[in-house]
Design a protein around this ligand. Structure first.
Ligand code: GZL
Length: 327
């Protein structure tokens, strides 16, 4: 009898340990535990490119339940109006923080005023926003797109010297700071070199399909060109598909420049199809996590943080470098 009682007592004492070991399914998180998670509403541009997918994965990995976060991700499919709706939903849900990766630079004043009125800090990532009252966002972290364009133009100058260039320009989403900065960089090069000519310019919306469509049109029109300046990797992939369909060899018949430096594009540098790729680093997850941790401690992060970036061509790239990078 004593033994049975002892066993029964042991079982009762061990029951909570056994249940806890069953994971969440057996023991739903208590309201107190759920309250411990920092809730972040993330309004993402979309899933239009390798860069964007890497950016989303970086945010999901950093702002995970294991790290103490509940991330609510909204994909705006590259439409600002969907982002504005998402931000209003985040406000209504009473999230702790809002992270915005803005599609375009303008049009945020009203909705960010609503977020401020609700007392919800807003962190802007990646592209810049143009806003009169900078108190409407807590801080911004992203890339210097004008500098990225300048890096590409300097590389062209070194590579071609005084040779004439006829440039096909595939732009990103018009009005996004990535497009604005990279286009400004090229325009400065065109203004500085009288033998550089713009053979074609249109927006491929940062997508591979549109990049291929535009390039097919350029080839069908018989446009003369020797350089393609593609404002992201995915439009460059589309352009390469079009060139190959037309019997041309990228890297030999035409010099292709791209931006983002995703792993697929970097392998195309090793294969010679892409000649230059200017890095635009998407790994903002840990950076946003650090910012929130500062804010949680009542500290103030820098208002603007530019991410350090480089460029890759056949002179400085190896398979080991590609495999060492996070995207
Ligand atoms: C750049 C980012 C751009 C990438 C594209 O920071 O906003 O958007 O260059 C992406 O690949 O679609």
């Amino acid at each position: 009898m004593k033994k049975t009682c002892a066993l029964l007592l042991l079982a009762v004492l061990c029951l909570p340990l056994l249940l806890a070991g069953c994971g969440d399914a057996a023991v739903p998180a208590s309201p107190a535990e759920k309250k411990d998670l920092i809730v972040v509403g993330f309004s993402q541009v979309g899933a239009e490119s390798d860069w964007r997918k890497a950016n989303t994965l970086s945010m999901q990995t950093a702002l995970s339940p294991e790290n103490g976060y509940r991330l609510i991700l909204d994909d705006a499919q590259q439409k600002q109006e969907r982002q504005i709706t998402a931000i209003r939903n985040f406000i209504n849900q009473g999230v702790d923080y809002i992270v915005l990766a803005p599609t375009t630079e303008r049009g945020w004043d009203t909705v960010l005023t609503e977020a401020k009125a609700a007392g919800i800090p807003v962190i802007i990532v990646d592209r810049m926003i143009e806003i009169t009252d900078t108190s409407l966002f807590t801080c911004w972290i992203g890339s210097d797109f004008r500098k990225e364009g300048g890096t590409a133009v300097s590389w062209l100058e070194k590579r071609f010297g005084q040779e004439p260039l006829n440039i096909v320009h595939l732009q990103g989403n018009i009005g996004s700071s990535a497009q604005i900065g990279r286009t400004e960089g090229l325009d400065a090069g065109l203004a500085a070199h009288e033998n550089w000519h713009l053979a074609f310019r249109a927006s491929g919306d940062f997508t591979q399909a549109k990049g291929q469509e535009l390039m097919e049109g350029v080839l069908a029109d018989g446009t003369d060109f020797n350089v393609i300046y593609s404002e992201n990797d995915n439009m460059a992939y589309g352009a390469i598909d079009a060139l190959k369909k037309a019997g041309l060899t990228p890297g030999r018949d035409v010099t292709l420049i791209a931006f983002d430096s995703s792993s697929t594009a970097l392998h195309m540098i090793l294969s010679g199809e892409i000649s230059l790729d200017v890095e635009c680093n998407p790994l903002h997850g840990p950076r946003v996590q650090s910012i929130i941790e500062l804010l949680e401690k009542g500290e103030t992060p820098p208002k603007f943080t530019y991410v350090e970036e480089t460029y890759f061509d056949e002179s400085n790239l190896t398979e080991e470098i590609i495999s060492s990078r996070g995207y």
